[in-house]
Design a binder for this molecule. Structure first.
Ligand code: NZQ
Ligand code: ZN
Length: 388
């Protein structure tokens, strides 16, 4: 059964090889001062930065440069961006990069005019925004998070050993996003496959919840099938436009709120992965891949029918003469062999995790109720052990 819901996604998308043309169409909607946020240098190397600066100048904009947004953006960097935005009376934040730059720009957007510490208000206390919001636009260069069409913003506080995501409302979604699959061609293989697993994880977090017949789950199955098919092509030939464009579109739909409609959702893998990330600063998608198999094996028996359906509908396992247990087990084995084929990290020790960190990581893991089983703290520690 579908529960009641409201659906509205206000982000306007420009998709395809010529999608950057959309930037000049959007810019007249905003004032003169544009904060240009980007990462550690990939956009300068690729030439995209120069292209964007030219478009901004041609449209008469005053550019405030904000380089160095790191993967897993920190709270200190957030404070720096807020000061820059306020001092320059910024009218638009243009994020050029991956999920980290997009997330970061949303955090600056809601925090610049916040009259208290935004880390406390938005990330520790999870409060809504009640101050001025600076509009955000994105030019996406790395695929995975879905940040280009959602309200998510994940910030890391290394001093407190916490990595926390706030899912803001529609007023914080990017006003527009430019998705050009060719920009993703230069993403290093490790980051690329981490992004692929991040997409899969987003879909599984929303798929593995209730067991009712639900249109959202049929959409999720289609997205997973497209991702599995195209990821196998992309790992062999990262410049395959057909595969990369399908994956880019799949990533957006995997986390733009659609497939969560009318049902509960899990997100426990992300909670454990984020806690591992807070301790190691490891790549987001890899923290998820390294803990997923242990997590799903632990909860499988509490959602057996759905895991059996996953095996048959997503992985094409033949159901004849098999129990739900057998099917569920074969589905997870198929997931594991796909993970090995695309080459994601399967063990948290690869990030430098050792047993002395288990208690701290478990303390930093939020225990959620939306999945088939609410974990206990000691089950989180078991999952960490099994993921070593
Ligand atoms: O900094 P640069 O030099 O640009 O390099 C980046 C970065 O090192 C590089 N890169 C990006 N595009 C490139 C490129 N290198 C070459 N060519 C390109 N075209 O890739 C590295 C990783 O980038 P990053 O933005 O960190 O990756 P991703 O998109 O995976 O974002 C990860 C962040 O998003 C959060 C994660 O927790 C993490 O902090 N998430 C956000 C979500 C949301 N908004 O809903 C949900 C996700 O679950 C996730 O938690
Ligand atoms: Zn994710």
């Amino acid at each position: 059964m579908l529960g009641d819901f409201v659906y509205c996604n206000p982000t306007k998308l420009y998709f395809g090889e010529h999608s950057l043309d959309g930037l000049a169409k959007e810019l007249p909607n905003y004032g003169k001062n544009v904060l240009l946020a980007y990462g550690g240098g990939s956009v300068k190397k690729s030439g995209l930065y120069d292209e964007i600066v030219k478009i901004l100048k041609d449209c008469g904009k005053n550019i405030i440069d904000l380089p160095g947004v790191m993967a897993n953006p920190t709270v200190e960097k957030l404070y720096e961006g807020c000061k820059l935005a306020k001092d320059n009376n910024v009218d638009l934040i243009l994020a050029v990069g991956g999920g980290s730059v997009c997330d970061y720009s949303k955090a600056v957007s809601v925090s610049t005019y916040c009259n208290e510490d935004p880390w406390d208000k938005y990330f520790l206390r999870m409060e809504d925004v009640d101050n001025k919001i600076i509009p955000v636009g994105c030019v996406l260069t790395m695929v995975g998070t879905g940040s280009e069409m959602n309200g998510g913003s994940v910030i890391t506080n290394h001093a407190q050993k916490l990595k926390i995501g706030h899912v803001f409302g529609e007023n914080v979604f990017p006003k527009f996003s430019i998705l050009n699959p060719t920009y993703t061609f230069t993403v290093p293989q490790y980051q690329m496959v981490a992004g692929f697993f991040d997409i899969m994880s987003h879909i599984m977090e929303q798929y593995f919840s209730n067991q009712d017949d639900n249109t959202s789950d049929y959409i999720a199955e289609g997205l997973m099938k497209s991702l599995i098919h195209n990821s196998k092509i992309a790992v062999k030939n990262p410049k395959d436009y057909e595969a990369r464009s399908n994956i880019m579109w799949t990533a957006t739909w995997a986390l733009n709120t659609l497939i969560a409609k009318g049902k509960t959702t899990d997100w426990e893998v992300h909670m454990i992965g984020q806690a591992v990330g807070a301790y190691t600063n490891a790549t987001h998608g890899m923290t998820l891949s390294a803990v997923s198999l242990a997590y799903y094996r632990k909860i499988m028996n509490f959602g057996l029918k759905k895991f059996a359906r996953f095996a048959v509908n997503v992985w094409g396992v033949n159901p004849e003469n098999k129990s739900d247990e057998q099917l569920a087990d074969e589905g997870l084995k198929a997931l594991e062999s796909w993970m090995k084929e695309i080459g994601v990290v399967l063990h948290i020790k690869e990030f430098g995790v050792d047993e002395s960190m288990f208690e701290g990581i478990a303390d930093a893991t939020f225990l959620l109720e939306g999945g088939y089983k609410k974990l206990t703290r000691s089950e989180v520690i078991e999952i960490l052990k099994e993921s070593m």
